[in-house]
Each structure stands twice: as structure tokens, then as C-alpha cells.
Design a protein around this ligand. Sequence first.
Ligand code: ZN
Length: 97
Amino acid sequence: MIEFFTRIIYILKGWFAQEQEDLVPTKLSDPLDLEFELECKYCDYEENVSVHESDYISWHNGEFIQDAFPYLTAGQRELMLSNTCDDCWDRFFPDDD
Ligand SMILES: [Zn+2]
């Protein structure tokens, strides 16, 4: 009889462990939780950008920046990639069109 209860407790423990793993928050709906202060290295331009931590991790794991941060503007992504603001980028690489 004691063995029977012990077994039950083990099953419950396993179940609770499972539950707790499920409690790890999914990152799909959480707020933007990482804030960066981006600076242009060619001028004094500064901009604060907020991204999802999970997106930042994806980016570091090799995801294309436009896929990792679809909600950032091209200019913000460029600032993250190369510390070059829109204005300076246009100055260095003027559009021929
Ligand atoms: Zn600049």
C-alpha cells in the first residue's frame, strides 16, 4: 500500500515538473523588452529602439535582421547593423535614381 502511494507521488511530481515547464512564458505576445540606444558613428544622431528579446536572440542565431525585426524601419535596422544613420548612409551612398 505504501508503495502504491509513493508511486502516485512520483507521478504527481512528474506532472508538476511538466506544468512548470509549460509556465515558461511564450514570447509571442510579450511587450518589447529590450531597449537599445543606437548611435551613429559618423554624426551625433541617437535613437532608442525597442525589440523583443526573443527576436534579438533569433538575430544573433543567424536570422536576417529584416526577418528578426520586421517592426523596425530600414533605417533603424541599418543603425543596428552598421551604426550608420539614414542621413549618413544617404551621404555615403547617394541614390543614383
Ligand atoms: Zn549619422
